[in-house]
Write a protein that binds this ligand. Structure first.
Ligand code: MN
Length: 289
């Protein structure tokens, strides 16, 4: 199943190029203050799935290109990200001082993982708003893993059993000396989309082509088989530090080819088995007073 969100508060099932509004299935979810630290829809996806598919069977579709896709995960409890998890990106980062900034570029086994603010998440229709136009801001395409059930100190062998599905992630990054969690947590600097492909449709995430173009020019082109730490090992590693919860998103790292973006650019991000999405880049609006 391909599950999307659109128009602020709607959820949809994607079949071919059509989106079917299945928001009626959300009435089964009811939460009260204090809200949980996980995504309720992802947490109950297995139970709701038959109902969701049933609604999709009974409604008219609309072209997915017209609905305004939001992040397919509404309320991720945490956004976990892997730095320098492709060998050639490690090499390009070490060769370019504007990327590496001293000690931030050790192998992932040494630097571990970092967290991005959940407030940085947007969907493709919202686009990226450049907040520091005077600084280098780069695109990073990554396979994004959406956790489906609590994973506490799980083994790599069982790790994929805890995955709800996969989507495309963009880890937009201001280069510079500050901590990653600051430079990568800017509003709109985590793009998730176009939808979550549930893991039953994508049982092997370890051999997926990914491509990112800017204004039609290929910038990043790689395959997830080049990951230094593979997806199952990343999940096991992350879960050795904190319990992964339904809706938590794991950005698995970007391959080589990171390069600057600026207002007016159009990015197109594609991952085989998932889909493709266009993301506009614009200047940030003036601050609200
Ligand atoms: Mn990244």
């Amino acid at each position: 199943m391909r599950l999307c969100r659109f128009a602020e508060d709607r959820i949809g099932v994607v079949r071919g190029d059509q989106v079917f509004d299945v928001s009626a299935a959300l009435t089964a979810l009811s939460y009260h203050y204090p809200l949980p630290r996980f995504d309720p829809l992802i947490a109950h996806l297995d139970k709701l799935r038959a109902d969701i598919e049933g609604h999709a069977d009974q409604t008219a579709g609309r072209p997915s290109a017209e609905v305004g896709l939001a992040s397919p995960v509404a309320n991720p409890g945490k956004i976990i990200a892997a730095p320098v998890n492709y060998r050639k990106h490690l090499e390009e980062a070490r060769a370019d001082a504007t990327i590496h900034h001293q000690k931030q570029i050790d192998e992932i086994q040494r630097v571990g993982l970092f967290l991005k603010a959940t407030s940085s998440v947007v969907g493709p229709s919202q686009g990226v708003a450049i907040r520091h136009p005077d600084r280098r801001t780069d695109h990073e395409i990554e396979l994004a893993v959406v956790i489906g059930r609590p994973a506490d100190r799980v083994s790599a062998r069982s790790a994929l059993d805890y995955v709800a599905g996969y989507c495309i992630g963009l880890d937009i990054t201001v280069r510079g000396p500050e901590e990653r969690s600051l430079r990568k947590s800017i509003d709109s600097y985590t793009v998730l989309g176009p939808w979550v492909v549930t893991s039953d449709e994508l049982p092997d995430p370890s051999n997926l082509d990914l491509t990112l173009t800017v204004n039609g020019e290929i910038r990043q082109k790689a395959n997830t088989h080049d990951l230094i730490i593979g997806i199952a090992d990343l999940i096991a590693f992350a879960s050795s530090f904190y319990t992964l919860m339904p809706g938590d998103v794991l950005l698995t790292g970007t391959p080589e080819g990171v390069a600057p973006i600026q207002a007016g650019d159009l990015m197109t991000a594609t991952i085989a088995g998932i889909g493709s999405m266009d993301i506009g880049v614009r200047a940030i609006d003036a601050p609200r007073s």
